[in-house]
Design a protein around this ligand. Sequence first.
Ligand SMILES: [Zn+2]
Length: 285
Amino acid sequence: MALVDHRGRVSYRREVETPLNVKRPELISSLVNNIRGILKESGLKKKNIVGIGIGVPGPVDSEKGIVRYFPNIKGWEGVPLKSILQARLGIKVALDNDVNAMTLGEYRFGAGRGVENLVCLTLGTGVGGGLIINGEIYRGSTMCAGEVGHIPINEKGPRCNCGGIACIERYIGNRYVLDRSKKALGKKITLERVDILAKQGNKKAKAIWEDVGRKLGIALTGVVNLLNPDLIVVGGGVSKAGELILRPLRQEIRARAMKDQAKHVKVVRARLGDNAGIIGASLLV
Ligand SMILES: [Zn+2]
């Protein structure tokens, strides 16, 4: 949670853990109490706050402010979070999916400044994606667009949590990269350690990031051909590997995508780091 001004500057930040198996009323009360706490600590009054923007980890109806469901927390099917919080706090609330919020943040104040069409990716446990088309978030017919992580890259392959087969997430999600790293580098390895080793020149570690970059490049080739974006912004924990992933990724796109699209698109790292989602959420207001 943070206080953000109209230029996207974060002046106050607080991190609150979401306990596993937290019940909905408790989580809502925690949100309300923390928001009140932030106002108190910062010395601001309600009237100083234009609104509260929230990026939620799951699909939402952003117009009505209703959470569809959370893939990782039970009991959130069809919850009108916007009206609940507005009633309890007396401040205007705007909701969107967290990856859409991050995309908006990078578009307005980060790596995507000045372009019209961009794809924003976040690499972590899951592979999330957000789209800006003609300067606006593209949400799709039922607000589910942008699921870059669930683009299949093979005809046959492992079954994905989403129900699909051989989704890119099923190959480059953190868990799967870690499994492969353990096989190559030993059981005690962590992704942070893979990153350090790769940057020191360890061939096995480098090969792991290269594989992630190449596979992602294959999935993104379809995206580049379909949408003809100016820019692909890559964020999330794994993106810290930087050029070790981005170089092979660009190579695949250049080798596979159609000529004009491939020539035009740029692939860069996200610039706002952990603040992208928070800054983007403020822009929802
Ligand atoms: Zn999937």
